[in-house]
Design a protein around this ligand. Structure first.
Ligand code: ATP
Length: 652
């Protein structure tokens, strides 16, 4: 009887918790089936058992999580990578994991358990057996349920962004995965919305002109001074004006002429400094200028982004700058109905924006080929060259239908470009121009950075303290998807309206979360690294690194969600010496490079004394890595602003 009561209580507790969590993420209350059927049980609690300790977690959430998880599946022992993980299937304390349906999993309710927050739990999941799902851990082998097993999304190439490497099987041999048929909303045709999507430039915008600019490579064309002398077609100039752009940013001043000159380019400029327009404007201009015919399935420009939301953003930007022209712009990305996107591209497009997995999926099926492709852009290029995407990039760049190197332009952009990645990336570029604005990999100096020493058990209260001061427009980065769910559910029980974005959420939920955060309906966004790069969201006032990332580049991208286009921003990070000491010395350099105060505890933890940040630090890729390219200061200008540019002949 006692046991019966215990089970009943657990059941009630579970129901209550699930509903709370579900409701916290959307306005309408969701039913369990909302999660189960389409999602194959992805949802809350299906996180990894190791919260922070698993170094590979970074890859799980970085970029297109779906792909990278697949990478990890090779290593069955990795918590995320393993399809079964250590979830409810064999929860600690389970009675009989084969019978399913019982509360076989260990008692895992995710509140008030520091282990849960920090991911040290093993097992978990109320439904332990085959057919059941864990709430918290990975479930057993069942299909539709809540939390638990997350096998579905990765398994089916038709909706997996990175279906390229997938098999079409479920976890169980012969089991077909369920598909996600999400059809994203049609992009807006409302001009006001189109032109108001960007962030207005802030009070520090004019200081961009003081940022040192370095251009290397043979015969680099001189930078432009104004949009008006860029040689852009009227229709584009009109859209530039309507976007509120009056002066080009340094990366736009330097990169636009390079691209218009037909050159390959590797460009590195700080977060929020207008890299997207730097490649979109000359590409749109170039395609309009050539009047290429539209051939179905043969895009003239292919722009690849590591994450879906960034692809959507680039798509909106491209539509904005091409508005009023005949150009057709399409997007394909994972987590959505392939059929729908296939129908879209079957209408033909000049510019295709995509995530790599879904692109290659269409390529493999022969729906897209590259005979007409004049421009290939890798946005967040260092991430694209990283593990998880490297093979996709290789497949794309060496595709048999791809035009020869001298008949296409390859363009790479990022705010970070470590030297070893530059070397890898260089293989896909031909006689390229290398542009750096400021310190490669440096943080945006408009972001005030603060690092607090916070042990893992103190993080929650420190977060509450910060949010109590001000919560509007706060992105809180955590390391794992499970950590994101945990924190989002926790905050949703407070006065801070919170939503979350991570790779285990359905695509429609990811997009809704972002929309709710952008509109201000949700004040706080809990995110994994899937939201670290590229996203340009108005009114992000504060970025909190609840968990610091493992790499300093990731840190730079995360904090770059605030303080964009000359606006001031704020970033606060919790540094736990037990977990984060490996990043300490790089953090010190980043802080110094952005003229921020370095806390004493961080300095002593890093073993780095004073001494400043040099832009020749190889770790940050301060220079063009090519040996045969002139590296002297002949190519160095102190600014892309109007004054110093008068010296442009010197480096032409
Ligand atoms: N010349 C300009 N004048 C005013 N605003 C601009 C200009 N160029 C770009 N912007 C705006 O600046 C914001 C940031 O631009 P963008 O997203 O391209 O930055 P980014 O360098 O790609 O950043 P990240 O490294 O984070 O990807 C956008 O809102 C964009 O509309």
């Amino acid at each position: 009887m006692r046991r019966y009561r215990e089970i009943r209580n657990l059941k009630n507790d579970f129901r209550q918790k699930s509903n709370q969590v579900l409701n916290s993420f959307t306005d309408k209350s969701l039913k369990m089936s909302d999660w189960g059927d389409e999602d194959d049980g992805r949802g809350f609690g299906n996180g990894c058992s190791q919260y922070k300790e698993n170094g590979d977690d970074e890859y799980v959430d970085n970029g297109e999580a779906d792909y990278t998880e697949l990478q990890n599946t090779d290593d069955g022992n990795k918590d995320f990578g393993s399809r079964r993980g250590r979830g409810g299937g064999r929860g600690r304390g389970g009675r009989d994991d084969r019978n399913g349906g019982s509360y076989g999993g260990g008692r895992r309710n995710f509140e008030d358990n520091e282990d849960n927050e920090n991911g040290n739990r093993v097992g978990g999941g109320f439904r332990g057996g085959r057919g059941g799902r864990g709430f918290g851990g990975r479930g057993g082998r069942g299909r539709n349920g809540f939390g638990g097993d997350r096998n579905g999304f990765n398994g089916d190439r038709d909706y997996n962004d990175t279906g390229f490497n997938n098999n079409n099987k479920g976890e169980n041999e012969g089991e077909q995965k369920q598909r996600e048929f999400y059809i994203p909303p049609e992009p807006t045709d409302n001009e006001d919305e189109i032109f108001n999507s960007g962030i207005s430039s802030g009070i520090n915008f004019s200081k961009y002109d003081n940022i040192p600019v370095r251009v290397s490579g043979e015969n680099a064309p001189p930078p432009l001074l104004t949009f008006e002398n860029a040689g852009l077609r009227d229709i584009i100039m009109n859209n530039v004006r309507k976007s509120g752009y009056t002066v080009p940013t340094p990366i736009q001043k330097t990169a636009i002429p390079v691209i218009m000159d037909g050159r390959d380019l590797m460009a590195c400029a700080q977060t929020g400094s207008g890299k997207t327009a730097a490649f979109l404007l000359p590409i749109i201009n170039g395609i309009l200028g050539e009047s290429f015919d539209l051939s179905i399935g043969k895009p003239q420009a292919v722009i690849v982004s590591p994450t879906r939301e960034l692809a959507i953003q680039i798509f909106s930007e491209a539509r904005k700058f091409a508005l009023g022209s005949y150009l057709k712009i399409s997007i394909v990305y994972g987590g959505t109905s392939s059929k729908y996107q296939g129908e879209n591209i079957a209408k033909g497009c000049h510019i295709l924006i995509c995530t790599p997995g879904r692109l290659l999926d269409f390529v493999e099926k022969g729906f897209i080929t590259f005979e007409e492709t004049r421009y290939v852009v890798l946005d967040e290029a260092d991430r694209m060259m990283d593990m998880g995407f490297k093979d996709n990039v290789n497949t794309l760049m060496n595709h048999p239908t791809m035009r020869p190197m001298d008949e296409r332009q390859n363009l790479m952009f990022s705010a970070t470009f470590p030297e070893e990645i530059q070397r890898l990336a260089g293989a896909y570029l031909s006689n390229y121009i290398f542009i750096t604005i400021g310190v490669v990999g440096g943080a945006c100096s408009d972001v005030t950075q603060e690092i607090f020493e916070v042990k893992k058990f103190q993080k929650r209260s420190k977060l509450m303290e910060l949010l109590s001061e001000s919560s509007d427009g706060t992105i809180v980065f955590v390391e794992t998807k499970r950590g994101a769910d945990f924190l989002a559910s926790l905050l949703s029980e407070t006065e801070f309206p919170t939503t979350s974005i991570h790779g285990d959420r359905l695509q429609r939920q990811r997009e809704m979360a972002l929309a709710d955060f952008k509109s201000g309906k949700m004040k706080v966004l809990i995110a994994t690294s899937v939201a670290a790069r590229g996203l340009d969201i108005k009114n992000v006032k504060h970025v909190i690194n609840y968990d610091l990332p493992n790499s300093v580049d990731e840190y730079v991208h995360r904090i770059g969600r605030t303080g964009r286009v000359g606006n001031n921003g704020r970033a606060t990070s919790f540094f736990d010496p037990d977990q984060d000491s490996a990043i300490a010395s790089d953090l010190v350099k980043i802080l110094e490079g952005a003229s921020q105060e370095v806390p004493e505890f961080l300095r002593s933890c890093s073993g780095v004394g004073g001494g400043g940040f040099s832009n020749t630090q190889s770790k940050f890729g301060g220079r063009d890595v090519r040996k045969n390219v002139q590296q002297s200061d002949d190519n160095f200008i102190t600014s892309a602003g109007p004054g110093p540019l008068e010296e442009e002949e010197n480096w032409d």
